[in-house]
Design a protein around this ligand. Structure first.
Ligand SMILES: [Zn+2]
Length: 344
């Protein structure tokens, strides 16, 4: 019996040693220390032993049981420690790796340009007005001296929702609406930025959707020289103090007289180059004195009140300011293009 117990001890300790996982260890425990294990069996056979032998074998059996149990416990602790170590190794954070940079966005170039222009005119005492992009035929055309069938409507073909509802072709209806709110007595000094729509085929200089900023000033004794002063201030603040402006006669149905404004070419200083097509001047915007019909339709006495209006395309301003050659860049949302113009 004594030999059998020592045999079992050696055998069990050998299996504990070989166990590589906690599960294997559990099996060893069940196999040797369980109720149906060989040591229990040995103890069951003690009845055959003499009185003197019984306590000796009993003691030995307990010792063997304890040794195996201790060995299993020890091994289990060791395996658990190793597992923990392994887990920590896998989950550890390598602080020497560079972090992922956070992508910082910024306003779209057009938004920046529009805000810059707004700031400029706010500084001159103009207020900012907005209006609907889906507009009535009346406000988009008729109130601006463009009755149905007027040939100038062809230049502004748009998207119609119904016969009388359309996508506005310019921001001028905001001027008509603002004037209409003033009861023909209060002065108006406003600019209206916003999106406009034309039935144009997209190319390097045309887009079916673009932005516009128009301005309107109505008061008593407004003269053409006032218009020129405001436009000159705008051009020089926007493009540099050395820029000169020139006004050329033009035609718009809602202004009389009408002008186009050019600024002197920065590239050649007026000598003539490819940017200014050899003229030394670059066209910036259209303007004029508000047509008496437009004033009358808005309820103003055109004998007493006069005014000026102007309109420009922020895309064109941005293209000239930054040397951009294709209007489509503003609308294709290529981050490589747009991110060049983020202000720091
Ligand atoms: Zn030039």
């Amino acid at each position: 019996m004594k030999e059998r117990l020592q045999e079992l001890e050696t055998e069990a300790l050998g299996k504990v040693e070989k166990s590589g996982t906690i599960d294997e260890l559990k099996q060893v425990r069940v196999e040797y220390l369980g109720k149906k294990g060989p040591i229990t069996e040995v103890l069951r056979g003690m009845g055959k032993l003499s009185k003197e032998e019984r306590p000796v074998i009993g003691q030995l059996a307990n010792d063997v049981r304890e040794k195996i149990s201790d060995a299993i416990d020890e091994k289990q602790t060791k395996l658990e420690d190793e597992a923990l170590e392994e887990q920590l190794k896998e989950e550890s954070i390598d602080v020497t790796l560079p972090g992922r940079p956070v992508q910082v966005g910024g306003p779209h170039l057009l938004t920046s340009i529009i805000e810059e222009i707004e700031d400029l005119f706010l500084g001159m005492g103009f207020e900012i007005k907005e209006g609907p992009e889906v507009e009535t035929d009346y406000y988009n055309f008729e109130a601006l001296n463009l009755p149905k069938g007027h040939p100038a409507r062809d230049m502004q073909d748009t998207f119609y929702i119904t016969e009388e509802l359309l996508m506005r072709t310019h921001t001028s209806p905001v001027q008509a609406r603002t004037m209409g709110q003033k009861n023909g007595t209060e002065p108006v000094k406003m600019i209206c930025p916003g999106k406009v729509y034309r039935r144009d085929t997209d190319d390097a200089t045309h887009s079916h959707q673009f932005t516009q900023i128009e301005g309107l000033l109505v008061d008593e004794n407004v003269r053409m020289s006032d218009l020129k002063g405001v436009l000159q201030t705008f051009a020089q603040k926007m493009f540099g103090a050395e820029r000169e402006i020139r006004l050329r006669p033009s035609f718009f149905p809602f202004t009389e007289p009408s002008v186009e404004m050019d600024i002197s070419c920065k590239m050649c200083g007026g000598e003539g180059c490819s940017v200014c097509k050899g003229t030394g001047w670059i066209e910036i915007l259209g303007a004029g004195m508000v047509h008496p019909n437009v004033l009358e339709m808005a309820g103003y006495d055109s004998e007493k009140y006069s005014g000026f209006a102007f309109g420009m395309g922020p895309e064109r301003i941005a293209m000239l300011k930054h040397g951009i050659d294709d209007i489509r860049h503003f609308y294709t949302n290529d981050v490589r293009f747009l991110s060049q113009y983020h202000k720091a």
